[in-house]
Ligand binder design. Structure first.
Ligand SMILES: *[C@@H]1O[C@H](CO)[C@@H](O)[C@H](O)[C@H]1NC(C)=O
Ligand SMILES: *[C@@H]1O[C@H](CO)[C@@H](O)[C@H](O)[C@H]1NC(C)=O
Ligand SMILES: *[C@@H]1O[C@H](CO)[C@@H](O)[C@H](O)[C@H]1NC(C)=O
Ligand SMILES: *[C@@H]1O[C@H](CO)[C@@H](O)[C@H](O)[C@H]1NC(C)=O
Ligand SMILES: *[C@@H]1O[C@H](CO)[C@@H](O)[C@H](O)[C@H]1NC(C)=O
Length: 282
């Protein structure tokens, strides 16, 4: 073999390129792993958003010469039996200055403003009943009440479909949600309010009164309690463990390129598993 100088000069840039590709890959692996769970969350959220769109259409159908400030119960398609919907049309100004004393479970105080501004708006109410878990699955939590939705839309065309939601914000007191049928929990269990915004964000907070949650935003709401985990790993948790193992493999690859074939990351994960197992024992 006879290396000429030109050949090694060419070799060096390609090595550098290979190295930067390797770095890029190593940085990407954890990112891709993280994204795989995000994608899952957004696919469930996509189904929930499609449901919002469908329910907006069906709620608007309840309006036949609607009076402002009057609640109209809607009828859902038969493939969604168990879901309840309602609609109320309001002047934007009256929502801001007077609020709505009681709209199903929602109490809307003075000072709720929509964005962008519209002259009249419709508040669509949803009670997802036995469909709550299907559209809003939550790991490690048990629903104690159905998921309720409150969403605002422009009222200028009452036959419109696929309307974008308006952004609702309470600038004074928060909107209160008084759940009417909340399942009781074993003594010592903690109940939490849960809020789903329209982009897949989930937030937990304390109840503000017995069976009451509050919010300054629109979205979907319920009351949950932490599930007591069954003795064998639930599918969700098994998946999590697989992800941890995958992450460990990626970590291992990193080690192999730098230190050699040490299996330290994988061993660390194995040791932490018993902690996962016992974490949820009451
Ligand atoms: C992720 O998606 C799969 C299939 O769509 C589903 O079976 C699984 O329950 C989802 N996991 C989570 C945590 O949403
Ligand atoms: C339920 O039926 C309606 C009306 O027929 C249809 O538009 C919608 O896609 C169906 N939804 C589901 C979740 O099956
Ligand atoms: C909810 O209950 C209705 C009957 O009241 C049933 O037709 C429907 O399939 C149920 N939905 C789910 C998701 O189980
Ligand atoms: C559910 O519980 C498992 C096991 O304790 C935990 O690893 C996981 O992060 C929890 N999931 C959520 C969404 O809190
Ligand atoms: C919720 O309540 C618990 C116990 O009552 C308290 O320790 C915690 O700080 C509260 N959390 C928030 C966010 O207010």
């Amino acid at each position: 073999m006879n290396f000429n100088t030109g050949g090694s000069l060419l070799l060096f840039p390609s090595l550098a390129m290979l190295f930067s590709f390797l770095c890029l890959f190593l940085f990407l692996v954890p990112t891709l792993l993280a994204q795989s769970s995000d994608t899952n969350a957004s696919s469930t959220s996509a189904a929930a958003r499609a449901l919002d769109t469908l329910l907006q259409d069906y709620a608007y159908r309840a309006f036949v010469r609607p009076k402002t400030g009057v609640l109209y119960d809607g009828v859902v398609p038969s493939n969604l039996t168990g879901v309840q919907i309602a609609a109320m049309r309001l002047r934007s100004g009256s929502m801001r200055t007077r609020g709505v004393e009681m709209y199903k479970e929602f109490q809307i105080p003075i000072g709720v403003v929509e964005q962008p501004y519209v002259e009249r708006l419709v508040l669509v109410y949803q009670n997802l009943g036995n469909w709550s878990l299907r559209y809003y699955p939550l790991q490690n939590q048990t629903y104690l009440a159905p998921v309720l939705g409150l969403l605002a839309y422009d009222a200028s065309d009452l036959s419109a479909k696929n309307l974008p939601e308006l952004d609702l914000r309470a600038f004074g007191d928060p909107i209160k949600i008084r759940f009417s049928n909340v399942e009781s929990v074993p003594k010592g269990s903690v109940r939490k309010c849960v809020w789903f915004d329209l982009h897949g964000l989930v937030e937990f907070s304390n109840l503000t009164a017995p069976n009451e949650c509050s919010t300054i935003h629109q979205g979907h709401f319920s009351i949950v309690t932490e599930s007591i985990s069954p003795p064998s790993p639930a599918p969700g948790r098994r998946k999590k463990m697989q992800e941890m193992e995958k992450a460990a493999d990626a970590g291992e690859a990193l080690h192999m390129t730098t230190v050699g074939d040490t299996k330290a990351p994988s061993a660390t994960v194995t040791r932490t598993q018993p902690t996962l197992e016992t974490e949820y024992v009451p």
